[in-house]
Design a protein around this ligand. Sequence first.
Ligand SMILES: [Zn+2]
Length: 361
Amino acid sequence: MNMLNKMALSAVSGVLLGCSQPAQAQSDDSVVVLQYHHVSSSTPAVTSIDPETFREHLQYLKDNNFNVIDITTARDAIEKNGELPEKAVVITFDDGYQNVYENAVDALEEFEMPYTVFVNPELMRKHSGHYMGWEELKDIQQNGATIANHGQTHAHLIRQQPGESDEEWRQRMHDDIVTAQKAIDENLGQQQKYFAYPYGEYNNELRALLKEWGFHAFAQHSGPWSRWSEDTVITRFPASGIYANLKTLKTKLNSKAMPVVDYQPEEPLVAHSNAQPTISVTLQEGETLNDMRTDALRCFAGGSVLEPKWESETRFSIMLKNDINIGRSRVNCTAPSASGTGYYWYSVALIRPNESGSWPD
Ligand SMILES: [Zn+2]
Protein backbone atom coordinates (compact mmCIF):
# COMPACT_ATOMS: atom_id res chain seq x y z
CA MET A 1 0.00 0.00 0.00
CA ASN A 2 1.43 3.37 -0.84
CA MET A 3 1.63 6.26 1.57
CA LEU A 4 -1.40 8.09 0.22
CA ASN A 5 -3.60 5.00 0.47
CA LYS A 6 -2.34 4.45 3.99
CA MET A 7 -3.16 8.00 4.97
CA ALA A 8 -6.55 7.75 3.32
CA LEU A 9 -7.26 4.52 5.14
CA SER A 10 -6.27 5.88 8.54
CA ALA A 11 -8.42 8.94 7.86
CA VAL A 12 -11.31 6.65 7.00
CA SER A 13 -10.91 4.51 10.09
CA GLY A 14 -10.70 7.69 12.17
CA VAL A 15 -14.06 8.75 10.73
CA LEU A 16 -15.58 5.31 11.25
CA LEU A 17 -14.48 5.23 14.85
CA GLY A 18 -15.72 8.75 15.31
CA CYS A 19 -12.54 9.54 17.18
CA SER A 20 -10.76 12.82 17.46
CA GLN A 21 -7.50 11.45 18.87
CA PRO A 22 -4.41 11.91 16.75
CA ALA A 23 -3.84 9.10 14.27
CA GLN A 24 -1.59 6.29 15.37
CA ALA A 25 2.01 7.18 14.63
CA GLN A 26 3.33 5.46 11.50
CA SER A 27 6.56 4.67 13.28
CA ASP A 28 6.19 0.93 12.99
CA ASP A 29 7.62 1.15 9.50
CA SER A 30 11.01 0.07 10.72
CA VAL A 31 12.98 -3.12 11.02
CA VAL A 32 15.19 -4.25 13.89
CA VAL A 33 18.28 -5.88 12.38
CA LEU A 34 20.07 -8.25 14.76
CA GLN A 35 23.78 -8.85 14.33
CA TYR A 36 25.44 -12.08 15.44
CA HIS A 37 28.94 -13.50 14.90
CA HIS A 38 29.85 -16.84 16.54
CA VAL A 39 27.21 -19.25 17.79
CA SER A 40 29.31 -21.31 20.17
CA SER A 41 30.25 -21.56 23.83
CA SER A 42 33.96 -21.94 23.10
CA THR A 43 34.71 -18.82 21.00
CA PRO A 44 35.60 -15.29 22.25
CA ALA A 45 32.77 -14.23 24.57
CA VAL A 46 32.48 -10.69 23.21
CA THR A 47 31.42 -11.90 19.75
CA SER A 48 29.65 -15.10 20.75
CA ILE A 49 26.28 -16.37 21.80
CA ASP A 50 25.96 -19.93 23.07
CA PRO A 51 23.65 -22.21 21.09
CA GLU A 52 21.07 -22.48 23.89
CA THR A 53 20.74 -18.72 24.26
CA PHE A 54 20.53 -18.34 20.50
CA ARG A 55 17.61 -20.78 20.46
CA GLU A 56 16.00 -18.77 23.27
CA HIS A 57 16.20 -15.66 21.09
CA LEU A 58 14.36 -17.43 18.27
CA GLN A 59 11.79 -18.83 20.67
CA TYR A 60 11.27 -15.34 22.11
CA LEU A 61 10.79 -13.87 18.63
CA LYS A 62 8.25 -16.55 17.80
CA ASP A 63 6.36 -16.39 21.11
CA ASN A 64 6.07 -12.61 20.91
CA ASN A 65 4.85 -12.42 17.33
CA PHE A 66 7.92 -10.86 15.78
CA ASN A 67 8.05 -11.29 12.03
CA VAL A 68 11.48 -12.37 10.87
CA ILE A 69 11.74 -11.36 7.23
CA ASP A 70 14.52 -11.60 4.69
CA ILE A 71 16.80 -8.69 4.02
CA THR A 72 15.52 -7.98 0.50
CA THR A 73 11.89 -7.93 1.60
CA ALA A 74 12.90 -5.41 4.26
CA ARG A 75 14.91 -3.28 1.84
CA ASP A 76 12.16 -3.17 -0.75
CA ALA A 77 9.46 -2.29 1.78
CA ILE A 78 11.54 0.50 3.30
CA GLU A 79 12.66 2.00 0.02
CA LYS A 80 9.48 1.62 -1.95
CA ASN A 81 7.26 2.67 0.91
CA GLY A 82 5.75 -0.78 0.87
CA GLU A 83 4.15 -2.54 3.73
CA LEU A 84 6.27 -4.07 6.41
CA PRO A 85 4.76 -6.58 8.78
CA GLU A 86 4.36 -5.39 12.37
CA LYS A 87 7.41 -6.09 14.54
CA ALA A 88 9.68 -6.84 11.61
CA VAL A 89 13.12 -8.32 12.36
CA VAL A 90 16.06 -9.23 10.11
CA ILE A 91 18.69 -11.68 11.40
CA THR A 92 22.31 -11.29 10.25
CA PHE A 93 25.60 -13.08 10.94
CA ASP A 94 28.97 -11.52 10.23
CA ASP A 95 32.03 -13.52 9.15
CA GLY A 96 30.26 -16.79 8.21
CA TYR A 97 31.77 -19.00 10.90
CA GLN A 98 31.46 -22.75 10.63
CA ASN A 99 29.88 -22.78 14.12
CA VAL A 100 26.88 -20.93 12.68
CA TYR A 101 26.41 -23.85 10.31
CA GLU A 102 26.81 -26.32 13.15
CA ASN A 103 24.89 -24.56 15.91
CA ALA A 104 22.40 -22.08 14.44
CA VAL A 105 21.22 -23.24 11.03
CA ASP A 106 19.05 -26.12 12.21
CA ALA A 107 17.23 -23.91 14.72
CA LEU A 108 16.69 -21.18 12.09
CA GLU A 109 15.27 -23.73 9.68
CA GLU A 110 13.10 -25.27 12.36
CA PHE A 111 11.65 -21.83 13.19
CA GLU A 112 11.45 -21.05 9.46
CA MET A 113 13.31 -17.80 9.91
CA PRO A 114 15.30 -16.36 6.99
CA TYR A 115 18.72 -14.83 7.69
CA THR A 116 21.73 -13.26 6.04
CA VAL A 117 25.38 -14.27 6.35
CA PHE A 118 28.12 -11.76 5.46
CA VAL A 119 31.21 -13.67 4.30
CA ASN A 120 34.90 -12.99 3.56
CA PRO A 121 35.79 -15.14 0.51
CA GLU A 122 39.57 -14.83 0.88
CA LEU A 123 39.49 -15.78 4.55
CA MET A 124 37.23 -18.71 3.68
CA ARG A 125 39.87 -19.94 1.26
CA LYS A 126 42.74 -19.49 3.71
CA HIS A 127 41.06 -20.93 6.78
CA SER A 128 38.68 -23.58 5.59
CA GLY A 129 37.07 -25.30 8.52
CA HIS A 130 36.95 -22.12 10.57
CA TYR A 131 34.54 -20.49 8.10
CA MET A 132 31.73 -22.04 6.11
CA GLY A 133 32.83 -23.05 2.62
CA TRP A 134 30.89 -22.65 -0.62
CA GLU A 135 29.21 -26.04 -0.18
CA GLU A 136 27.79 -25.08 3.20
CA LEU A 137 26.78 -21.67 1.89
CA LYS A 138 25.04 -23.28 -1.10
CA ASP A 139 23.21 -25.56 1.30
CA ILE A 140 21.90 -22.78 3.54
CA GLN A 141 21.12 -20.58 0.56
CA GLN A 142 18.78 -23.30 -0.69
CA ASN A 143 17.09 -23.19 2.70
CA GLY A 144 16.37 -19.49 2.79
CA ALA A 145 19.65 -17.80 3.68
CA THR A 146 20.99 -14.77 1.85
CA ILE A 147 24.77 -14.74 1.36
CA ALA A 148 26.32 -11.29 1.32
CA ASN A 149 29.62 -9.46 1.25
CA HIS A 150 31.94 -8.68 4.20
CA GLY A 151 35.01 -7.96 2.02
CA GLN A 152 37.80 -10.34 0.99
CA THR A 153 40.03 -9.88 4.00
CA HIS A 154 38.12 -8.24 6.87
CA ALA A 155 40.44 -5.23 6.73
CA HIS A 156 40.19 -1.85 8.45
CA LEU A 157 39.15 -0.40 5.12
CA ILE A 158 39.18 3.28 6.04
CA ARG A 159 42.85 3.17 7.06
CA GLN A 160 44.92 4.39 4.18
CA GLN A 161 48.29 2.63 4.09
CA PRO A 162 51.53 4.62 4.43
CA GLY A 163 52.38 6.21 1.10
CA GLU A 164 49.14 4.98 -0.51
CA SER A 165 47.58 7.50 -2.91
CA ASP A 166 43.83 8.08 -3.00
CA GLU A 167 43.69 6.29 -6.33
CA GLU A 168 45.60 3.30 -4.92
CA TRP A 169 43.27 3.20 -1.94
CA ARG A 170 40.23 3.18 -4.23
CA GLN A 171 41.76 0.33 -6.22
CA ARG A 172 42.38 -1.59 -2.99
CA MET A 173 38.74 -1.08 -1.97
CA HIS A 174 37.69 -2.37 -5.37
CA ASP A 175 39.93 -5.42 -4.96
CA ASP A 176 38.52 -6.07 -1.50
CA ILE A 177 34.82 -5.47 -2.09
CA VAL A 178 33.96 -5.91 -5.77
CA THR A 179 36.24 -8.95 -6.08
CA ALA A 180 34.57 -10.53 -3.04
CA GLN A 181 31.17 -9.98 -4.66
CA LYS A 182 32.46 -11.60 -7.83
CA ALA A 183 33.53 -14.68 -5.87
CA ILE A 184 30.12 -14.86 -4.19
CA ASP A 185 28.24 -14.48 -7.47
CA GLU A 186 30.42 -17.03 -9.25
CA ASN A 187 29.84 -19.63 -6.57
CA LEU A 188 26.24 -18.95 -5.63
CA GLY A 189 24.71 -17.19 -8.61
CA GLN A 190 24.17 -13.48 -8.95
CA GLN A 191 23.18 -12.01 -5.59
CA GLN A 192 21.65 -8.77 -4.36
CA LYS A 193 24.45 -6.45 -3.23
CA TYR A 194 24.68 -6.11 0.53
CA PHE A 195 27.90 -5.22 2.31
CA ALA A 196 28.69 -5.27 6.02
CA TYR A 197 31.59 -2.98 6.95
CA PRO A 198 34.30 -4.98 8.72
CA TYR A 199 34.37 -3.66 12.34
CA GLY A 200 31.53 -1.34 11.31
CA GLU A 201 34.10 1.18 10.06
CA TYR A 202 33.24 3.54 7.21
CA ASN A 203 33.82 7.06 5.97
CA ASN A 204 32.26 9.22 3.27
CA GLU A 205 34.73 8.14 0.57
CA LEU A 206 34.01 4.46 1.20
CA ARG A 207 30.27 5.10 1.32
CA ALA A 208 30.46 6.86 -2.03
CA LEU A 209 32.28 3.92 -3.61
CA LEU A 210 29.75 1.44 -2.27
CA LYS A 211 26.96 3.58 -3.59
CA GLU A 212 28.64 3.77 -6.98
CA TRP A 213 29.00 -0.03 -7.01
CA GLY A 214 25.34 -0.48 -6.12
CA PHE A 215 25.61 -1.78 -2.55
CA HIS A 216 23.50 -1.32 0.53
CA ALA A 217 25.86 -1.25 3.48
CA PHE A 218 25.43 -2.24 7.11
CA ALA A 219 27.20 -0.72 10.09
CA GLN A 220 27.55 -1.89 13.69
CA HIS A 221 26.02 0.89 15.69
CA SER A 222 22.45 0.51 16.74
CA GLY A 223 18.96 1.63 15.85
CA PRO A 224 16.16 0.31 13.67
CA TRP A 225 16.39 0.37 9.86
CA SER A 226 13.78 2.76 8.52
CA ARG A 227 13.00 5.28 5.82
CA TRP A 228 15.28 7.70 7.67
CA SER A 229 18.25 5.36 7.32
CA GLU A 230 20.93 6.09 4.76
CA ASP A 231 21.39 3.12 2.47
CA THR A 232 25.14 2.98 3.12
CA VAL A 233 24.81 3.34 6.91
CA ILE A 234 22.14 0.82 7.88
CA THR A 235 22.23 0.28 11.61
CA ARG A 236 21.99 -3.04 13.46
CA PHE A 237 21.68 -4.16 17.05
CA PRO A 238 24.51 -6.39 18.27
CA ALA A 239 23.04 -9.51 19.86
CA SER A 240 26.21 -11.32 20.96
CA GLY A 241 28.34 -11.09 24.09
CA ILE A 242 26.76 -8.90 26.76
CA TYR A 243 24.08 -7.94 24.24
CA ALA A 244 22.79 -11.51 24.06
CA ASN A 245 20.92 -10.90 27.33
CA LEU A 246 17.24 -11.20 26.49
CA LYS A 247 16.23 -8.59 29.06
CA THR A 248 18.11 -5.81 27.30
CA LEU A 249 17.47 -7.23 23.86
CA LYS A 250 13.71 -6.94 24.42
CA THR A 251 13.95 -3.15 24.62
CA LYS A 252 15.82 -3.10 21.33
CA LEU A 253 13.41 -5.46 19.60
CA ASN A 254 10.62 -3.09 20.55
CA SER A 255 12.50 0.05 19.57
CA LYS A 256 11.41 2.54 16.93
CA ALA A 257 13.47 4.65 14.57
CA MET A 258 14.04 8.29 15.47
CA PRO A 259 13.23 10.49 12.47
CA VAL A 260 16.81 11.76 12.06
CA VAL A 261 17.48 13.83 8.96
CA ASP A 262 20.89 15.23 9.83
CA TYR A 263 23.63 14.55 12.37
CA GLN A 264 27.15 15.52 13.33
CA PRO A 265 29.82 14.25 13.34
CA GLU A 266 28.88 12.81 9.99
CA GLU A 267 31.80 10.40 9.89
CA PRO A 268 32.78 8.19 12.84
CA LEU A 269 36.52 8.94 12.68
CA VAL A 270 37.38 12.02 14.71
CA ALA A 271 40.78 13.58 15.36
CA HIS A 272 42.73 12.14 18.28
CA SER A 273 42.62 15.55 19.92
CA ASN A 274 38.84 15.71 19.56
CA ALA A 275 38.23 13.64 22.68
CA GLN A 276 34.80 15.06 23.40
CA PRO A 277 33.16 15.62 20.02
CA THR A 278 29.87 17.51 20.18
CA ILE A 279 27.04 15.51 18.75
CA SER A 280 24.13 17.26 17.12
CA VAL A 281 21.02 15.69 15.68
CA THR A 282 18.21 17.17 13.58
CA LEU A 283 14.82 15.47 13.58
CA GLN A 284 12.04 15.66 11.04
CA GLU A 285 8.81 17.31 12.07
CA GLY A 286 5.74 15.15 11.87
CA GLU A 287 3.74 12.38 13.46
CA THR A 288 6.73 10.38 14.57
CA LEU A 289 8.38 13.31 16.31
CA ASN A 290 5.03 14.15 17.90
CA ASP A 291 4.97 10.67 19.40
CA MET A 292 8.49 11.06 20.84
CA ARG A 293 8.75 12.18 24.45
CA THR A 294 11.49 14.66 23.64
CA ASP A 295 11.44 15.92 27.24
CA ALA A 296 12.61 12.46 28.30
CA LEU A 297 15.24 12.02 25.59
CA ARG A 298 18.55 10.90 27.08
CA CYS A 299 21.86 9.84 25.60
CA PHE A 300 24.34 7.32 26.92
CA ALA A 301 28.10 7.49 26.40
CA GLY A 302 30.37 5.09 28.24
CA GLY A 303 28.94 5.10 31.75
CA SER A 304 27.37 8.54 31.68
CA VAL A 305 23.81 9.64 31.06
CA LEU A 306 23.62 12.88 29.13
CA GLU A 307 20.81 15.35 28.85
CA PRO A 308 20.38 16.95 25.44
CA LYS A 309 20.46 20.66 24.86
CA TRP A 310 17.49 21.52 22.62
CA GLU A 311 18.43 24.26 20.17
CA SER A 312 15.00 24.20 18.56
CA GLU A 313 12.03 21.88 18.58
CA THR A 314 13.72 19.63 16.08
CA ARG A 315 17.39 19.93 16.90
CA PHE A 316 19.41 18.86 19.92
CA SER A 317 23.05 18.60 20.82
CA ILE A 318 24.95 16.48 23.30
CA MET A 319 28.05 17.58 25.15
CA LEU A 320 30.09 14.63 26.39
CA LYS A 321 31.26 14.66 30.01
CA ASN A 322 34.28 12.42 29.58
CA ASP A 323 36.87 11.77 26.90
CA ILE A 324 35.81 8.97 24.61
CA ASN A 325 38.05 5.91 24.60
CA ILE A 326 40.60 5.23 21.91
CA GLY A 327 38.95 2.97 19.34
CA ARG A 328 35.33 2.50 18.43
CA SER A 329 32.53 3.73 20.63
CA ARG A 330 28.93 4.79 20.34
CA VAL A 331 26.62 7.35 21.80
CA ASN A 332 23.09 5.98 22.03
CA CYS A 333 20.07 8.22 22.44
CA THR A 334 16.60 7.04 23.40
CA ALA A 335 13.25 8.67 24.02
CA PRO A 336 10.08 6.92 25.18
CA SER A 337 7.11 6.96 22.86
CA ALA A 338 4.14 8.97 24.08
CA SER A 339 1.88 6.08 23.13
CA GLY A 340 3.83 3.88 25.54
CA THR A 341 4.87 1.34 22.96
CA GLY A 342 8.63 1.37 23.31
CA TYR A 343 11.62 3.63 22.85
CA TYR A 344 12.79 5.66 19.91
CA TRP A 345 16.42 4.83 19.36
CA TYR A 346 19.32 6.53 17.63
CA SER A 347 23.04 5.87 17.76
CA VAL A 348 26.10 7.78 16.63
CA ALA A 349 29.26 5.82 15.80
CA LEU A 350 32.62 7.25 16.81
CA ILE A 351 36.21 6.17 16.23
CA ARG A 352 38.96 7.97 18.09
CA PRO A 353 42.44 7.01 16.92
CA ASN A 354 45.58 7.02 19.08
CA GLU A 355 48.31 9.60 18.43
CA SER A 356 49.68 7.63 15.51
CA GLY A 357 46.30 7.42 13.82
CA SER A 358 45.54 3.77 14.59
CA TRP A 359 43.19 1.96 16.96
CA PRO A 360 42.71 -1.56 18.26
CA ASP A 361 40.61 -4.28 16.57
ZN1 LIG B 1 33.25 -9.19 10.86
